[in-house]
Every structure is written in C-alpha cells, then in structure tokens.
Write a protein that binds this ligand. Structure first.
Ligand SMILES: Cc1ncc(COP(=O)(O)O)c(C=O)c1O
Length: 488
C-alpha cells in the first residue's frame, strides 16, 4: 500500500479555505520558511480512502474474535459511549470547582461504592490510571501503613507467584521492595510449604491474582491468607482476572487487604495500545487514611474533593482520574444491575466450553475446570511435528482470529493462553475451536503451512526480534521521492 506521501501531487488540495484580505504580519527574515512544509497534497476523497484502507487492515474486537488471555477483550456496549459523550461529562474541565461538578463527583462516588461492594473492601480510590499503577499504589499503601507502625525499615519483601504477570515484579521493584517468588504446585495452586518457608517478619505482603494467570482458582487461598496475616503481612489482589468472580466471590472475603480493578477489562472499555484505562484500588478500613489524595467524599446530598488527608500517600495521577472510563464502567454495571454475576458466570462457562473442545488436540498442563481463561501447551505439536505456539498463533490469523496470548505464563512451555470472554456467541466459539483443531491437523499433515503463516494478512511473518530491536516508526521523507508544491 502506498504511503499518503507517495500519493501526493503538487497543487492537489482537500479544500481551499477563503483568503480574507487581512494584513500579513511582519515575520523576521530568520523565522521565515525557505521552502514549503513537506505535507502530502491529496484530494479529500483520496484521504478518506487512504485512512479507511488503513483502518480496514487493523484488527480489533469489533472486527473479530479476540481471545487474548489475561487481557479480557470483551465487547464494549455502544450505549456506554453515548453516556461518556453526555455534554455535562464530556465538556467538564478537569479543574472545575466542586460545586459545578456535582454530577461527575456523584458518579465517581457511586462507582467507588459499587467497586467496594464487588471487592468486599470498604475504602476505594479511583485515581490510578491502569492496573499496573494500581499495583504500585497498593504497594505504596503497604509501605505507608508499615512506616506508620514503625515497621517501615524491617518489612522489605513482597512475594509473588512464579505465574505472575510481568507488571507484578516490576511494580514491586519500583516500590523499592525486594522480590521473592513462590512456586506453583502440580494442581496450579500456590505451594504452601514453599510459602511457609518464605514468609517471615521481613515480609510486607503477597501480590497475587486469583484466579491465577493459569485461569485456576487457588484452592488454598484461605491458608495463604492465614500464613501472611499470622506474620503481620498484607495481601494484595491483582484484579486483572476479576472477570471470573464478580458477584461470586470477593477478594476481601478471600482475605485480601488491597485490590486493584482493571476497569478496562472487567467493566468494558475500548482498550489496548496503551489506553484508555483505569485501575481503582480498594482497601480495608485501616488503610483508608493512606489512600491517594484528594478523595471524593459525600456530605449530605453534596460531594466534594477532600484534600485534607495528612497520612495520604499523595497524588498518584493528575486531576481526578480517567473520568470518561468511569462513566463507561458505571453505565456498564448499571445496565447489568444485580445480575452482574451473570457476566462472570458466562465468562467461566464460555472458557470451559472452549477448553472441552480443545483438550484432546492440545496438551492441558493443569487438568482442572478453568475459570474465565485457560492455558494449553503446544509442547506435543513441537515435539512431534516441530510446530510451535508461535506457529499456531500466526496460523489463526489466516482464519480472521486474533491470536491468544502465547509463551505466558512462563511456567507452561509453548503456552497458549485463551480467554473467550462472556460476550461471544456459541457459533463464534465453535468457529474458534474448529480453527484450532484444523491447525492441529495441519501440524501433522503439512507443518510448512504453519511455519510460513500468516498467508492471507496484509503483513506476513515478521522478524519479531528485528521489529523490536530496530523498529521503523518514523516516516523518513528522504527515503521517498515526495512531490510537493514549489515555494511560493
Ligand atoms: C494479570 C495481570 N496483572 C496486571 C496487569 C496490568 O494491567 P494494566 O495493563 O491495566 O496496567 C495485567 C494486564 O494485562 C494482567 O493481565
């Protein structure tokens, strides 16, 4: 496909604005252009076609099935967009005084109350901008809490699972803690003996997602909580997998003291490519004084931002949080109402349905019912036919399906992590299972097809190392002969 610069021809214009007879301001010689800017000169219909063609090449949840494990790529009801575009919300200035922002403050407050109910923890901040920032915020809360108790110097370690998402160890390190990993058993639970040996008076806490990134609910979670609490340590719940348990089990009841939610996963948001997102954090009441400032508070029928919080860890984000995301998630939850639990039930049902269709053709390293996602291994295909998880993922693209997450979690070799979400129809799930089974057949019959895939996408198999090490993300006009109007 040609670049828009290559479509440029001198003098072509999308539109010609009127030229009023205004005096031309004096511009000093040294600031004057010597040649016109290198802008593409293209008529409007060609511009529209160009960008429409580019958009058509994009793959998103609106174009096809997107079972990207751990990312919860669910449908975003369009009515939420309408809610976010209500002028009173859309046009609100981030520094609007509280009196003139009552609706926005009330919505934020009501969202916090719903999130508190879902987590089973009373105190909520909506400031963090993503799950990963929620993790950092949660660890800062732990640090502030232990410092307040005079244990700030002694508690220096956070424990994470060996299945943890990469953001967990990154947040632990950013928060200045030492990282220790705990092993996973053959059933996919935390190894309690390993844990008992590692938790001590130096432990500040645990960071864990439950269900884990294996898509398995930890059967020993109550003992896990006991081990940490008996040593005075805290439990942090990485809520990226909350889509499996909403309305069914609550992190607070499992024993967790701090939780983050990925609003952009659980409560629908167009996400990916770095945003937009939101990672609110909930905590037990004894941690409430440390939550970020300002906090949204209700006084009678009025709402305001409370800045008078002497023990707070301070701001973790500019302004009052990613407000458009709050509106969408609020609308999403209100649309479900008390039936929100059905969202998670359907997510778990769909995942188990797909798992049942694939378990014989691929290896299932942890043979249990899954929660909202599951992890298969392409290890057998690799051993018998030289076909890897990467080959399977690339070949799926030829069926118009986004690949699942691969090579994660790290404890599963040749991992394929599949999360169908609750919004997909049975026909769509059947189509995915059929495509995966066909790939397993191809692996035996003609592995070369898989090594060369994708065959039908605009971009073929990339040299991924080179793409990561030497990304070409900038247009270099000197590499293309651009035709532009002469200086006038
Ligand atoms: C298990 C888990 N934890 C944490 C995160 C980080 O969340 P975010 O992308 O919102 O920063 C993710 C993101 O994919 C995740 O899957």
């Amino acid at each position: 496909m040609e670049l828009i610069f290559e479509k440029s021809r001198p003098g072509r214009r999308a539109g010609r604005p009127p030229r009023p007879a205004l005096a031309v301001p004096e511009v000093p010689d040294e600031l004057r252009r010597t040649r016109p800017p290198r802008l593409p000169e293209v008529p409007e219909n060609e511009i529209v076609r160009h960008f429409t063609a580019l958009a058509d090449r994009n793959f998103g949840i609106d174009t096809g099935f997107y079972p990207l494990g751990s990312c919860t790529m669910k449908h975003n009801p369009r009515v939420n967009e309408r809610a976010a575009m209500i002028p009173g919300f859309r046009d609100l200035h981030p520094l609007q005084e509280d009196e003139a922002a009552q609706g926005a403050l009330e919505l934020t407050w009501a969202l916090e109350r719903m999130l508190a109910e879902i987590a089973g923890l009373p105190a909520v901040t909506t400031q963090p901008a993503a799950g990963s920032q929620g993790e950092l915020t949660g660890l800062m809360l732990m640090r502030a809490y232990f410092a307040d108790r005079g244990e700030g110097e002694t508690r220096d370690t956070i424990i994470t699972a060996d299945t943890a998402h990469g953001t967990n160890p990154a947040s632990v390190t950013m928060a200045g803690y030492r990282l220790e990993k705990v092993a996973t058993t053959d059933r996919g639970n935390l190894d309690l003996d390993d844990l008992r040996a590692k938790v001590s008076e130096r432990t500040a806490g645990l960071m864990l997602t439950n269900p884990s990134t294996l898509g398995l609910f930890d059967e020993g979670i109550e003992q896990v909580a006991e081990i940490f609490h008996s040593r005075g340590a805290l439990l942090y719940y990485d809520g990226a997998n909350l889509n499996a348990v909403v309305g069914i089990s609550r992190p607070g009841d499992m024993g967790f003291d701090i939780v983050h939610y990925n609003l952009h996963k659980t409560f629908s948001q167009p996400h990916g490519g770095g945003g937009p997102g939101a990672g609110p954090v909930a905590a037990r009441d004894f941690l409430e004084p440390f939550l970020p400032s300002p906090a949204v508070v209700r006084e009678g029928e009025a709402f305001r931002l409370d800045h008078d919080r002497p023990k707070s860890i301070g701001r973790v984000r500019g302004y009052a949080g990613p407000f458009g995301v709050f509106v969408r998630s609020y609308a999403f939850m209100r649309a479900y109402g008390p039936a929100l639990r059905e969202m998670s039930e359907m997510a778990v049902l769909n995942a188990n349905y797909v798992l049942a269709g694939l378990r014989d053709a691929y290896e299932l390293p942890y043979d249990r019912h899954c929660m909202h996602e599951f992890v298969l291994s392409a290890r057998r295909l690799k051993r018998e036919h030289g076909v890897t998880a990467l080959d399977v993922a690339k070949r799926l693209m030829d069926s118009g399906i986004h690949p699942p997450t691969i090579y994660f979690p790290l404890v599963v070799p040749e991992a394929l992590m599949i999360e169908p979400t609750e919004t997909e129809t049975k026909e769509r799930l059947d189509g995915f299972v059929a495509a995966m089974l066909e790939i397993a057949r191809e692996a035996a019959a003609d592995p070369a097809i898989l090594h060369g895939a994708p065959h039908t996408r605009p971009v073929r198999r990339l040299d991924e190392v080179r793409a990561a090490k030497e990304p070409v993300v900038r247009y270099d006009p000197d590499r293309v002969d651009v035709a532009v109007s002469p200086a006038s």
